[in-house]
Design a protein around this ligand. Structure first.
Ligand code: ZN
Ligand code: ZN
Length: 112
């Protein structure tokens, strides 16, 4: 079983950062958040690390799991608290609800 280079958990949902990024970027551009979209791109480039798992979409080798990638993206998104709720809805890979989603919920609770 291949594990993520960041969290060392098994990669059970092998979609690579590059594939996930397409959706995130499109969403940010729809919100006219060009600056955030560029910052997310920087994060994405950093997280594209080859590993021994193949992405189920583009078949590129990947080393960072969807959870760690969406957490890194969240660190950028949370600068716009008004976007956090939608981000949770569209890109929630925090399947155990124990990691970054918990701090995201705190932001949405504050905001709404
Ligand atoms: Zn990980
Ligand atoms: Zn991919």
């Amino acid at each position: 079983m291949t594990t993520c280079v960041m969290c060392e958990e098994a990669i059970t949902n092998p979609v690579c950062p590059a594939c996930l990024h397409k959706g995130v970027r499109q969403w940010l551009l729809e919100q006219s958040e060009t600056r955030l979209a560029d910052d997310v791109l920087d994060t994405t480039v950093r997280d594209i690390i080859g590993g021994s798992t193949d992405c189920i979409k583009c078949h590129s080798p990947m080393g960072v799991c969807a959870y760690c990638y969406t957490k890194d993206v969240f660190d950028v998104i949370k600068r716009r608290p008004s976007l956090v709720n939608d981000y949770l809805v569209y890109f929630n890979f925090d399947l155990e609800h124990m990691g970054w989603e918990q701090s995201a919920r705190l932001i949405t609770d504050d905001h709404y």
